[in-house]
Design a protein around this ligand. Sequence first.
Ligand SMILES: [Zn+2]
Length: 275
Amino acid sequence: MRFRAFPIPAFPDPMPDTHDTPASTGTSLQGAVSPAEWTLRCELAAAHRLVAHFAFVDMTYNHISARCPDNPGHFLVKADNVFMEQVTASNLVKYDLSGKQVMASAWKASPAAYNVHASVLSARPEIMAAVHTHSPANLAVSAQADGLLPLTQQAMRFYERIAYYPNEVDDTTREGTDFMAKALGDKWVMILENHGALVCGTTIAEAYIYHHFFELACRAQIGALAGGVKLKMPSHETCVERARKFGRIGAYDSKSRDWVASMALVEKHYPDYRS
Ligand SMILES: [Zn+2]
């Protein structure tokens, strides 16, 4: 039997070209930037590897930023053409809070990436790092009308501490991301409705660790709601107390045991993160 050959429609014009730079050019920025910036670059690259390891990679569309130690008006963020698992200390790119790339690099970030982080870091000087992801679990919760429910201890950390951002403006433009930063208000975690999550911290370690807890909370919620049985909903008082005790901002830095263990994992499995 012969299969009929259907004509294959031509693709429209190719996607706008970004650039052909591979994840590594073999040139390290170690020595070209300050020791403090190099340390930050290594931690930020490690955080990307950890999200890839434990959560999910939505192609090239998710990113983490960190404010530069030598200039709070500058930040580093993931390049537009690499997966989280391909981020290295040297392929992170540097922007200012206006969204302008400020250090020569073979890479650049996508407007969606630098605009989100520029807006959030401009609006909130105390935020030092921010994680933005679309994991299957946080996407699912972002599509649920009641958002994150306090069904688990992980979720209770975020009780009454989550901002919600409606998916109604173009969040790849600076105008849209400024609106997003306004929606964050004084919170540190935001569910981007029908879109994903934004988790911020006073350090890279903190943003990453809270993102991890948030991811677990979302996975557990999806599982619990799919179980088809009556759920145990803790009291308001229990949730408030849990959030007060275990959801404190400023609790995690590079010496925190979770981050030390996380860095050891990256060192073992993904040692090229610091190239
Ligand atoms: Zn997104």
